[in-house]
Design a protein around this ligand. Structure first.
Ligand code: GTP
Ligand code: MN
Ligand code: MN
Ligand code: MN
Ligand code: MN
Length: 198
């Protein structure tokens, strides 16, 4: 996706029919563990390695037959995460925002976030290999490292140096900030450190 522009849900829903709509979601859970007994993991945040080698969030295109954004998202989550995703019940209250881009084609990316218990998130991870799209659209779920190690590079900055689908990188940074999953100053440093290495 080229340059993306932030817009409201209402604005996005009023765009002409030539625009396609996609919905993706950040699923997270508090994660009390410490790496090497020292570095706090803070939260488990799920992304996926996609068939195209890019990282992205679970979700996908909303189709006309879906009837609503949330119904489209729920269908995509069942396809990509398996039947266990049916319990997620994403709603308008979980909406974080939308971004649109003209290139490569007109696409509005709607973004959601949902907090789960660690048990719920682990159940999804365990069920994901049985999803119909496992090994096809989705090559595997990954947890996002939220910590930055002492060298200031490994951890979140290195993760952010990967390539992402659409505006998934912007969505990730925005959600980590808004949901307060990473302290803001640390997030800015991680973003800057990753850009130096791009
Ligand atoms: P198909 O069923 O094969 O069409 O895939 P899908 O419906 O699962 O669609 P996909 O998840 O690939 O997303 C649809 C569009 O959004 C594509 O243009 C992607 O490049 C883009 N995209 C994919 N993942 C993300 C993401 O995490 N965030 C954003 N903003 N865009 C994404
Ligand atoms: Mn899909
Ligand atoms: Mn998808
Ligand atoms: Mn699809
Ligand atoms: Mn598909």
């Amino acid at each position: 996706m080229g340059e993306s522009r932030v817009l409201s849900r209402a604005e996005a829903l009023q765009l002409e029919p030539g625009w396609r709509h996609a919905c993706h979601v950040l699923l997270c859970a508090p994660c009390p563990g410490r790496l090497r007994g020292r570095v706090p993991l803070r939260h488990a945040v799920l992304m996926q390695m996609r068939f195209d080698g890019l990282l992205g969030f679970p979700g996908g295109f909303v189709e006309p037959r879906d009837g609503s954004l949330e119904a489209g998202l729920s269908r995509e989550l069942r396809e990509e995460l398996g039947p266990g995703a049916a319990a997620l019940s994403l709603a308008e209250g979980d909406y974080l925002g939308a971004r649109c881009a003209e290139t490569p084609r007109r696409l509005v990316a709607h973004f959601y976030a949902k907090r789960l218990s660690l048990e719920q998130l682990r159940a999804l991870e365990n069920g994901a290999p049985r999803a119909e799209e496992h090994g096809l659209e989705v090559l595997g779920l990954v947890r996002v490292p939220l910590h930055t190690l002492r060298d200031g590079v490994r951890g979140l900055p290195t993760f952010l140096s990967n390539r992402f689908a659409g505006c998934a990188r912007e969505q990730l940074l925005e959600a980590l900030r808004v949901l307060r999953l990473v302290p803001e100053a640390e997030l800015r440093r991680a973003d800057a450190a990753s850009r130096k290495r791009l």
